[in-house]
Design a protein around this ligand. Structure first.
Ligand SMILES: Nc1ncnc2c1ncn2[C@@H]1O[C@H](COP(=O)(O)OP(=O)(O)OP(=O)(O)O)[C@@H](O)[C@H]1O
Length: 318
């Protein structure tokens, strides 16, 4: 089917997801109406504190779990409830790099076997050559083919993790906290690698992170999440250098070692997703909150395709 140039690679419309609460209590509302879209070749960071729903969103995007409500389109085609063949095709097109690079590998398989396995499933003509290509793409020596994953350093294992995701040439790579388990010096190199994969190989990418500082190097667009909703959306530079949502401001002010930073208000804690506060869920922590914020949930401003949007009754002027 012909797709116009502007058809997003992936589009999520009003996605909801809950998990059963503890001891048959109220459900955990992990996602509460998330909508976003990503054009082919574009990069998006999803930012927020722990428990805001980033990983849940990533899993749904990668079609590893189904939403309770909402719609997902890939290349303009509805894949919300894919049939088996469609699901298998999607698995090839969307790959996810998970947080813990060590746990992702079978310790009894050498790297070469681990890389060739998915290629054999799809009956690739030359699995060994493809495995070598992806090792080169991620900057690993070909000699690692003969090693076991546990013989590699943390940084090498994360490169391998990325290499494995690339073997079957996905159209979308989702990386969940790709650097969180690594030393600071190694983090920078993995970030550079991901950025290169986008610029040199035009790989579309979603990076889930709570490390704001890496975002301007990594992605063009950023979505700030709070308690299961996107509260600010826009070009990374715009959002991070001139935030409009007070939550984004709070995240930036809490970055360690910011020179000349103003005194940050106390961060407080993210409320429970079992009973999100009414109105704007951020209001209990917001210094600008007024009565309307406690009563009416603000929607993202502007049209759905506008480049800069925030969900706040009293946005900052940036
Ligand atoms: N499989 C699950 N079963 C029950 N609750 C879950 C499950 N997965 C996530 N949750 C809950 O859903 C909420 C959102 O979790 P999620 O992992 O998506 O957040 P996150 O922003 O990625 O956090 P982190 O940065 O800590 O990974 C949390 O309250 C979490 O405890």
């Amino acid at each position: 089917m012909y797709q116009s140039m502007t058809t997003p690679l992936i589009e999520m419309r009003d996605i909801y997801k809950s998990f059963p609460g503890h001891r048959r209590g109220s459900p955990i509302q992990a996602l509460r109406g998330v909508s976003l879209s990503l054009q082919r070749g574009e990069t998006l960071a999803i930012i927020g504190e722990s428990g805001c729903g980033k990983t849940t969103l990533g899993h749904i995007m990668a079609r590893m779990s189904a939403p309770d409500r909402g719609q997902i389109l890939f290349d303009g085609i509805d894949v919300t409830r894919p049939r088996r063949r469609q699901r298998n095709a999607l698995r090839r097109k969307i790959q996810m790099v998970l947080q813990d690079s060590g746990a992702a590998f079978n310790p009894f398989w050498r790297v070469g076997s681990a890389l060739r396995a998915p290629l054999k499933i799809i009956r690739h003509a030359n699995p060994t050559q493809r495995a070598q290509e992806v090792l080169e793409a991620v900057g690993l020596p070909l000699s690692v083919m003969h090693q076991f994953p546990q013989e590699l350093s943390g940084g090498q294992r994360q490169r391998l993790n990325i290499a494995r995701a690339l073997t079957i040439a996905p159209e979308l790579l989702i990386a969940d906290e790709p650097t969180s388990a690594l030393d600071v010096s190694v983090q920078a190199r993995i970030i550079q690698l991901l950025a290169d994969l986008n610029t040199q190989h035009h790989l579309s990418m979603v990076v889930i992170t709570h490390n704001l500082a890496t975002v301007p190097y990594l992605t063009r667009t950023v979505a700030i999440m709070y308690l299961g909703r996107i509260v600010e959306w826009g070009a990374s530079d715009d959002v991070l250098y001139a935030p409009r949502h007070p939550y984004t401001r709070l995240l930036i002010d809490s970055l360690p070692g910011r020179r000349g930073r103003r005194a940050a208000p106390p961060m407080g804690e993210v409320p429970s997703p079992v009973h999100p506060p009414p109105g704007c869920a951020f209001h209990p922590r917001c210094v600008r909150a007024q009565s309307i914020c406690r009563e009416i949930m603000p929607e993202l401003s502007g049209a759905s395709l506008s480049p800069r949007r925030e969900a706040c009754h009293f946005p900052l002027d940036g």
